[in-house]
Design a protein around this ligand. Sequence first.
Ligand SMILES: NC(=O)c1ccc[n+]([C@@H]2O[C@H](COP(=O)([O-])OP(=O)(O)OC[C@H]3O[C@@H](n4cnc5c(N)ncnc54)[C@H](OP(=O)(O)O)[C@@H]3O)[C@@H](O)[C@H]2O)c1
Length: 463
Amino acid sequence: MIELHEKFEVDRPRAEVFAYLRDFRSAAEWDHTTRSARKATPGPVDVGSRFDLVCKLPLGTIDIEYTVTHLEPGRALTLQGQSRLFAVTDVIHFSDTATGCHIDYRAHFAFHGPLAALEPAMRNGMARMGRKAVAGMRRALQDDFPPPAAASDTRRADAWLVPGVALFSSAGYRRGRKRWNPVSAWMGDKHALITGASSGLGYATALELARTGAALTLVIRDEAKAQPLVAALRRETGNEHIYVELADLRLMREVDALVQRLTLRDRPIDILVNNAGALFTQWGQTDEGLEQSFALLLLAPYRLTRGLKPLLRQAPAPRVINVVSGGMYSQRLEVGRLQAGSDGYSGAETYARAKRALMVLTEQWAADWAREGIVVNAMHPGWADTPGVAKSLPGFRKLTRRILRSPDQGADTIVWLARATEAGKVSGQLFLDREPRPTHLLARTQESPGERAALREYMEAVF
Ligand SMILES: NC(=O)c1ccc[n+]([C@@H]2O[C@H](COP(=O)([O-])OP(=O)(O)OC[C@H]3O[C@@H](n4cnc5c(N)ncnc54)[C@H](OP(=O)(O)O)[C@@H]3O)[C@@H](O)[C@H]2O)c1
């Protein structure tokens, strides 16, 4: 038997530290030997929950199946791991200090069969490994990372266009995740509003934020989906603070009514995710006389965000996240063409133009609201296999299916922008895979200051 024993303190409340470590998927963030960690059983983490880890060995990898065998909220956590080479028991105790939390971490390794004879020779190496893992845990919990910046190879890939666009695929996500810092920020006191949470990226965002304990208001349009949506999220996460608001966001009367209801509820909004969207293959106008892509993709987030600004201002560090699209790289801002006519209509172009304009609004809001402390960023998800893509772009999906991201990979940067402490340190930027990215890849799409001002005037006129 090899025993590792490490202790340390962090200046964070015990509940926060426990919440982060209880979800053992976090091991992939703080333990350098863990390549991947996934929760293998449904429902909130409790005794009996299982996590499947893939860990590095000097030669190759090893699968370890961990089971939570003891869980005392805020006080103690025990996990037992089984692999083909060894059994391991991790025991973590949490206690209060004057300024935060003391963590006592023990791991017992028992190698199987003849390997047990090698334990004395392995003891020092294992101890070094344990110290490094616990140092990673401490770093994760200290949560003191610099503001995000694009890596030089990412900037090069974007400058060469094709390598940059190739990173929209799941390969971009896999490449990105090797470089990411841990995210241990506490969300138990946050309230997030997510539009379009009934499927795809919105649902993946809701699920991940529900796991962190944030209170959620989910804006969806189909009443029949409300109860099953809330039930599924509660069942999976145990989070009881999930509410639904109904609104068809193509209709400004429904957007305004939503703003009114939320204003009456008077609950500060820490995070607003403008995610709802669709690519309309057929031209259409709403009964309010607005072209539907413009209404849903641009005017709705514009009106919602401005309408909810008083509730955002009530939160201590509010964040707005606008979900745009890599498709916008193909379009320049053309204020006169934001509402497409039916003649020669192209759904993809109209969609991309609206997303381009939403990106410009992101930059304008970030500058306008900086003094009020409202952080506004945009992200694009790359190419993710969602019901929206299946419906609007079946040909594209067929061609690219094998390289598409999963919805949770596509939503990862939304969740990170909502949660990560360092993501609150920058505003007015576009992100993909947690890295700031250029808003233009082609010189011909660059708009002039006059065109940006025209967008502001146009939106103010229709608001
Ligand atoms: N998937 C990608 O590769 C990709 C790439 C670039 C950008 N995006 C953007 O990511 C966002 C999410 O898209 P997704 O791929 O996750 O698509 P999705 O699976 O179709 O999800 C879109 C969500 O928006 C909702 N929505 C659509 N029209 C609405 C309306 N009129 N009122 C209220 N809600 C409405 C949908 O509700 P219903 O369930 O009722 O339809 C659904 O919840 C969109 O803004 C999209 O433009 C996605």
